[in-house]
Design a protein around this ligand. Structure first.
Ligand code: DGP
Length: 141
């Protein structure tokens, strides 16, 4: 497996070199909206520590990311009036991974509504800003 590339796009977001629509942050994890959501509210949860994917992440960081993903999923149920939540996580190109800093997709779902294909369409900035605010507020409750 290739080594971690510190110039991947999510590493740049973690360092504050690129912007994101942040929904949650603590000392070990960051969560922000996917700019090409498969459903409204689609969120990515990342460990702050460098990790390419599931195959090299430290066990404690992985456990923390799972805990944050659970909190995001619960908040999405209320913030987006979701009927369910889909969790996805891809490893290496063959596993569907495109950005090589570990991230867990947390996607609110509505009954009977199919997800859009991956990375199909960029959401409008105003919509993402409003959704991030709504989800962050639900997380704070
Ligand atoms: P994957 O590595 O296959 O889990 O997919 C990467 C995801 O990241 C995909 O859903 C689109 C999203 N994405 C790509 N570039 C950016 C970006 O610059 N910002 C944000 N927030 N999401 C991105």
């Amino acid at each position: 497996m290739p080594s971690y590339d510190p110039n991947n796009i999510f590493a740049k977001i973690l360092r504050g070199e690129l912007p994101c629509y942040k929904v949650y942050e603590d000392d070990k994890a960051l969560a922000f909206l996917d700019i090409m959501p498969r459903a409204p509210g689609h969120t990515l949860v990342l460990p702050k520590a460098p990790a390419r994917n599931l195959l090299d992440v430290g066990a404690d960081d992985l456990a923390h990311v799972a805990k944050v993903a659970q909190q995001i999923a619960k908040a999405q149920m209320t913030a987006f009036a979701a009927d369910g939540v889909t969790i996805q996580q891809f490893n290496e190109g063959a596993g569907g991974q495109v950005v090589f800093h570990l991230h867990v997709h947390v996607i609110p779902r509505k009954a009977g509504t199919a997800m859009k294909p991956p990375a199909a369409e960029k959401e409008k900035p105003d919509t993402l800003a409003e959704q991030a605010k709504k989800l962050a507020a639900a997380l704070a409750n």
